[in-house]
Design a protein around this ligand. Structure first.
Ligand SMILES: [Zn+2]
Length: 293
């Protein structure tokens, strides 16, 4: 090959490579309409996201996602205002974890009624965080919210990622908003600390039995994509694989430290979070199989 051509090709490759290897700069927040619907939106701020639904009688918002960043809730409301001038009637907490539900006061100031599972209210009442308003209304196993032309079904499926997680389902739109207990295409991490391993599998099976097509997760999936039933199925199998691997290690006396170093699940090494998070998954399953809790 002509050496001049080789040189030119190498220079061209060098000029192009950085653009390929670095992801495009992502804005701090974004509001996106869910494909196939005309009134369901995802509001993302940093690496957290929430669903909001615009109905003929007002807006149903979820998770304020403003932990340590009160401006996120203000931006969230401004983003809703760009879509509709209808009142924000409800703010629903997906579960009690602060990274999703802290900072909801601006929604209450805007007149929204805050709704959560009863266990979330109990936990938040003890903590008395001034940035995190308590729910006005709580529920136990099931509640159907009707606002204008929209029906939103709220279900508590028992223990899983937390003891207060709600599954929010829009039956007509076949959309589901589920936070943290079914991550889309990624390995869960520090959130495993108060995770209920065996019960979580049962919850995911119940979610799989429901009628839905699109899953909005509480953290964006790879490339900001939403999830499908396949993702829920994959997460279930991931948990089962992790559980089985740690069970073996635990019975060899390897919990905690040797297991945290040695347990590998190469099948999932391409999933975001694999390198950094697998140790937290192993630690939680060591709690189960190597300790009994
Ligand atoms: Zn959580």
């Amino acid at each position: 090959m002509n050496p001049k051509f080789v040189m030119a090709a190498a220079l061209a490759a060098a000029a192009i490579a950085p653009a390929w290897s670095q992801p495009a700069q992502r804005p701090m927040f974004a509001t996106t309409k869910v494909e196939g619907t005309d009134n369901v939106y995802v509001f993302r701020y940093g690496n957290h996201q929430s669903m909001f639904v615009v109905t003929s009688q007002g807006v149903i918002a979820t998770d304020p996602i403003s932990y340590g960043r009160p401006q996120a809730a203000v931006t969230y409301i401004e983003e809703i205002r760009k879509v509709t001038d209808k009142p924000i009637k409800y703010l629903i907490y997906s579960h009690h974890h602060y990274d999703h539900i802290a900072g909801g006061q601006p929604f209450r100031d805007a007149g929204a009624k805050i709704l959560a599972h009863k266990k979330a209210r109990e936990r938040l009442a003890v903590l008395q965080d001034p940035a995190t308003p308590l729910p006005d209304e709580t529920m136990d196993k099931k509640k159907t919210l009707k606002l204008g032309d929209t029906t939103l079904e709220l279900s508590y499926l028992g223990l899983n990622h937390s003891d207060s997680s709600l599954v929010m389902r829009l039956p007509k739109e076949k959309v589901l908003f589920v936070v943290d207990f079914i991550p889309v295409g990624s390995v869960p991490g520090r959130g495993m600390i108060d995770f209920y391993p065996l019960e979580a599998e049962q919850s995911i099976k119940q979610v799989l039995a429901m009628d839905w097509k699109t899953l909005i997760p509480g953290h964006p999936g790879p490339g900001d994509r939403l999830g499908t039933k396949q993702d829920a199925q994959d997460q279930l199998i991931f948990l089962q694989d992790a559980s089985a691997a740690v069970k073996t290690a635990a019975r060899e006396g390897k919990c905690w430290e040797p297991a945290e170093k040695e347990v590998k699940l190469p099948k999932y090494e391409k999933w975001p979070g694999y390198e950094n998070n697998l140790q937290f998954v192993t630690r939680r399953y060591c709690g189960l199989w190597g300790r009994g809790t």
